[in-house]
Design a protein around this ligand. Structure first.
Ligand code: COA
Ligand code: AMP
Length: 630
């Protein structure tokens, strides 16, 4: 099978193509309606199919005789723990935890928020929610109580599942007080909080709604999978948009299972029994798709790694895990490899481990810069695949189909569109641009299975944010171009979303927090290039008249409030007091221009600028403070 014939079939006869892929899965009742419109006029996949994602990912493999195969390998250098969980054991734990949730009143369609570190119980909780036909919403542990509260408020969960603590290298971070604070902040109150106690910091169960994971499990009955429709939601995953309010990306059951199962073979070239390692976190989409659902749907063994690429204990951590578990695939963000490269530039650690089982290294989450790409290939001798995707799609929009026909890679490119994604580069009026010309990256409708059908509770936001720019297209929010061979080059976001260490964050949200400081009259938060983490946010601030505060003090206070409101992962470390900000005559701050200045890029002064003299002035201040790269 060639890439071209696979891709053409998916675009020319999408229903035929995806019906075939869906038939690879064990539905309770195979879908007959492949593509239809919902009440909002949105394309939906497999509306009349009956299924259960947890059954497909767990029970089915036990029925197929893979019960004794490892489903999950837990490796935690931060607690010195290793654990193997077979498919049979996973089925037992998941069906009993579904019993726990059921005893707390969780039914089909109810929401459950999961706020947990990288431990097997996080995966068990996700699958148990899916087993009941309920909807999980996992919140990344690096988010502060306020962010958790915003998600609780929006998703209105019946139950929150958490752990007593997370562990960041050597720091033990108690989670339960953060859960309590978030519930306090939210007007919606869950009726139960289930806490998995970890010995590194036991949580106080001090509220009538609190209960202990292990005690509940000991008395819980095993619950069978509840059938759902293909279009019923499996989860909500909040992601940063351009405002302070995160968007609840909704994922359905049928399209998601079909696309992920297909991707395991087509993109990653793995089969049942292979070991797959996505070194991410279950709080991100990569974790949802390729720590949990993709590998388990395909009957692989997934690795749950509670550690970092460096410091746990050293820059050999990734290679050690690959050797020890015979991982066939390693998938991580470029920033992780930059961190390894920084500590071990000659890759002496690589030589200490046997990587003969490792087939391919995949990277995503942010732009893969050619030096990191070249270094990884040179030092490991393995093919490296850059693939581009978003929380909204749940799987790669562009990549290299290693299981169909590997195409010659081009550094800096995420290769070619995945089947089902009709990717086009368009200008502001929606006209397709010729090869080599940069524009906005749009995907022609219908989107393939797994892509979001709405934003939770806010269809208008989905429509205005993604479907309104160009009639008949989904707007990705990324800019880039295609070359003569159709290879896609992703050049970065066209909005106020930034990527810090592979974490998607909103500068708009940070701006709201900076603006709330009582010394601040006006401000802009922009993402600037940073060597290790790709981008970092910086704040440019105009003080209110008459305010007397040093740059140092203001910076410290702003750093503290962003850590408190968003969390440490925002990596907001620098703020600068300026006299003016470049604006258009209508008063809009020229953020793109500020980014270009900070990144040392050439820029043209727009004709709409109100005060051109503000540019050299701000450039001077930024240079003085070492905020200009290039
Ligand atoms: N829970 C609580 N806090 C967390 C956290 C979590 N799950 N993850 C990160 N943090 C905290 C860190 O402890 C740090 O806090 P500090 O400022 O108090 O030190 C802060 O958030 C920033 O963390 P991070 O960006 O991870 O920086 P780092 O210096 O600890 O590590 C890397 C740098 C490159 C090793 C790390 O960012 C990394 O592994 N990145 C890959 C990310 C990834 O896999 N993304 C998923 C997309 S595929
Ligand atoms: P997230 O939704 O957190 O996965 O972030 C999605 C965003 O990350 C995309 O819109 C891109 O801006 C960026 N991104 C993800 N993968 C890549 C990639 N391979 N190359 C360039 N940018 C990427």
């Amino acid at each position: 099978m060639s890439y071209q014939s696979e891709y053409s079939k998916s675009i020319e006869t999408p229903e035929l193509f995806w019906a075939e892929k869906a038939a690879d899965l064990p539905w309770f009742s195979q879908p007959k309606t492949i593509l239809s419109k919902d009440e909002n006029g949105i394309d939906r996949w497999f509306a009349d199919g009956e299924m259960n994602t947890c059954y497909m990912a767990v029970d089915y493999h036990v029925e197929q005789g893979r019960g004794d195969q490892a489903a999950m390998l837990y490796d935690s250098p931060v607690t010195n723990t290793k654990q193997t969980i077979t498919y049979s054991e996973l089925k037992d734990q998941v069906s009993r935890f579904a019993g726990v949730l059921q005893s707390k009143g969780v039914e089909k369609g109810d929401r459950v928020v999961i706020y947990m570190p990288m431990i097997p119980e996080a995966v068990v909780a996700m699958l148990a929610v899916a087993r009941l036909g309920a909807i999980h919403s996992v919140v990344f542990g690096g988010f502060a109580p306020h962010e958790l509260a915003v998600r609780i408020e929006d998703a209105e969960p019946k139950v929150i599942v958490s752990a007593s603590c997370g562990i960041e290298v050597a720091k033990v971070l108690p989670y339960k007080p953060m859960v309590d604070e978030a519930i306090e902040l939210s007007s919606h109150k869950p009726s139960s909080v289930v806490v998995f106690q970890r010995e590194q910091a036991l949580a106080e169960l001090n509220n009538a709604r609190d209960c202990d994971w292990s005690a509940e499990m000991a008395k819980a009955p095993a619950v069978a999978p509840v059938p759902v429709k293909g279009t019923d939601p499996l989860y909500i995953l909040y992601t940063s948009g351009t405002t302070g309010k995160p968007k609840g990306v909704v994922r359905d059951n049928g399209g998601h299972a079909t696309a992920l199962n297909y991707s395991m073979k087509a993109i990653y070239n793995v089969k049942a029994g292979d070991v797959f390692w996505a070194a991410s976190d279950v709080g991100w989409v990569v974790g949802h798709s390729y720590i949990v659902y993709g590998p388990l749907l395909a009957g692989c063994t997934t690795i749950v790694y509670e550690g970092k690429p460096v410091r746990t204990p050293d820059a050999g951590a990734f290679w050690r895990v690959c050797e020890e578990y015979k991982a066939k695939i390693l998938f991580a963000a470029p920033t992780a490899f930059r961190a390894i490269k920084k500590e071990d530039p000659e890759a002496l650690e690589v030589g200490k481990y046997d990587l003969s089982n490792l087939q391919t290294i995949f990277m995503a989450g942010e732009r893969l810069d050619p030096p990191t790409y070249d270094w990884t290939i040179e030092k490991t001798g393995k093919p490296v695949v850059d693939h581009w995707w978003q929380t909204e799609t749940g799987w790669a929009i562009c990549g290299n189909l290693m299981g169909v026909e590997p195409m010659p890679p081009k550094p800096g490119s995420a290769t070619l569109p995945s089947p089902g994604f009709n990717v086009q580069i368009v200008d502001e009026a929606g006209n397709e641009l010729p090869a080599g010309v940069q524009g906005s990256i749009a995907i022609k409708l219908p989107l393939p299975p797994s892509c979001l059908p709405t934003v939770w509770g806010d269809f208008e936001r989905f429509k205005s944010g993604y479907l309104s720019d160009v009639e008949g297209f989904y707007t990705s929010g990324d800019g880039g171009y295609k070359d003569e061979d159709g290879y896609v080059f992703i050049m970065g976001r066209t909005d106020d979303v930034i990527n810090v260490a592979g974490h998607r964050l909103s500068t708009g949200e940070m701006e709201e927090i900076v603006a709330a400081h009582n010394a601040v009259a006006e401000c802009a938060v922009i993402g600037i290039q940073e060597q290790l983490k790709g981008q970092e946010p910086i704040g440019l601030v105009i003080l209110k008249d008459g305010v007397d505060i040093s740059n140092e003090q203001l910076e410290a206070e702003l750093v503290a409030s962003i850590r408190k409101e968003i969390g440490p992962i925002a990596c907001f470390k620098r703020a600068l007091i300026v006299k003016r900000l470049p604006k258009t005559r209508s008063g809009k701050i020229l953020r793109k221009l500020l980014r270009q200045i900070a990144d040392g890029q050439e820029y043209t002064v727009p004709s709409t600028i109100d005060d051109p003299a503000s540019l050299p002035e701000i450039e001077g201040i930024m240079r003085e403070h070492g905020m200009i790269s290039g």
